[in-house]
Design a protein around this ligand. Structure first.
Ligand code: GLV
Length: 334
């Protein structure tokens, strides 16, 4: 029996590609070229599945131009690079990689908060520049984490993992989310208290963003929201570029309207706003919150599991559009 053909849009762990090739004819991309939209469409001709990452946009136009496609499996929990509605309409299964990255991503949110609020990277640049000539009482003073109020916007699985870690810092946790989470989850999340976005911005000492990107979430933090935050506050974004208005954030950081920020994601990344590079009160990382070796492996294998199931006629473990499955099953029954 001939194997279905799939495309792996970016370089991934060779052993995961090897695993996929037991089931599929794989067109991989070990040189990690970035495909244009037209190249992507050309490469997807005749392919039944695509193993993709957030850096490849599987838009309605791509979907319409690739009629052989049956499954789109993203190696990421966020899936705003995929037009899920268009895929559903076309009867294509879409999957993501939730859960496997929660703890690693939450760890990294804390790395950014600690580094930004306590000026860790700024201190290191200062020291490396030979500026450490004597001890001074006010060298690189930062904000305290312990005992502070942590505001989390987006209390999904990653937000909850972030909140749990705040117990060790004796923090008071408040959160805002589309809706309140069940009480037992709030209790596990260091007794997080549900508040309005306005109250969170006004009262939090540090704000972490852990919500998925959607058109409604675009610029959740813009100039108006930054103006509501405490000038001593730190903002951390490990969610997605576009959730923060980066230009407005640069203005606020430059004006000292906000003390510091820790950012792993940016608008238009990797071509982020160069204004950030002129600021010392921001910690910048290249979208690596989930990038521990075991977690990136788990994500790659999770995406592979989904693709193997989807093209094997089994409902994939992380199916985002069960309506598409129902559609396929309906068509099979005739
Ligand atoms: C990474 O950004 C992800 O969505 O998994």
């Amino acid at each position: 029996m001939t194997k279905p053909e799939i495309l792996v849009t970016r370089a991934v762990f060779p052993d995961v590609v090897e695993r996929l090739s037991q089931y599929f004819e794989v067109e991989a991309n070990p040189d990690d070229q970035l495909y244009s939209k037209d190249e992507l469409i050309a490469k997807l001709q005749g392919k039944a599945g695509v193993f993709t990452t957030p850096s490849s946009s599987i838009t309605a136009e791509v979907i319409a131009a690739c009629p052989s496609l049956k499954a789109i499996c993203n190696m990421a929990v966020g899936f705003n690079n995929i037009d899920v509605a268009a895929a559903t309409q076309a009867g294509i299964l879409v999957t993501n990689t939730p859960d496997v990255l929660n703890e690693t991503t939450a760890d990294f949110a804390w790395a950014l908060l600690l580094a930004a609020a306590r000026r860790v990277t700024e201190s290191e640049h200062w020291l490396r520049a030979g500026k450490w000539q004597k001890w001074r009482y006010d060298t690189l003073l930062g904000a305290d984490i312990h005992g502070a109020t942590l505001g989390i916007i987006g209390m999904g699985r990653i937000g909850q993992a972030i909140a749990r870690r705040s117990m060790g810092f004796d923090m008071n946790v408040i959160y805002h989310n589309r809706s309140r989470v069940p009480e037992q989850l709030e209790a596990r999340a260091n007794n997080a208290r549900y508040v309005s976005k306005e109250e969170l911005l006004r009262t939090a000492d540090h704000v972490m963003l852990a919500l998925p990107y959607s058109p409604e979430a675009h610029h959740t933090i813009g100039a108006a929201e930054l103006a509501q935050m405490k000038p001593s506050a730190t903002l951390v974004n490990i969610a997605r570029g576009g959730i923060v208005d980066d230009a407005a954030l640069i203005v606020a950081l430059r004006a000292g309207r906000l003390a510091a920020a820790g950012l792993d994601v940016f608008e238009n990344e990797p071509a982020f706003d160069p204004g950030f590079l002129t600021l010392s009160n921001v910690v910048l990382t290249p979208h690596i919150a989930s990038a521990s070796e075991p977690t990136r492996r788990a994500m790659a294998n999770c995406a592979a599991d989904n693709l193997i199931a989807a093209l094997g006629g089994i409902s994939p473990p992380n199916l985002l559009n069960p309506e598409a499955m129902a559609k396929i099953q309906g068509m099979a029954k005739g």
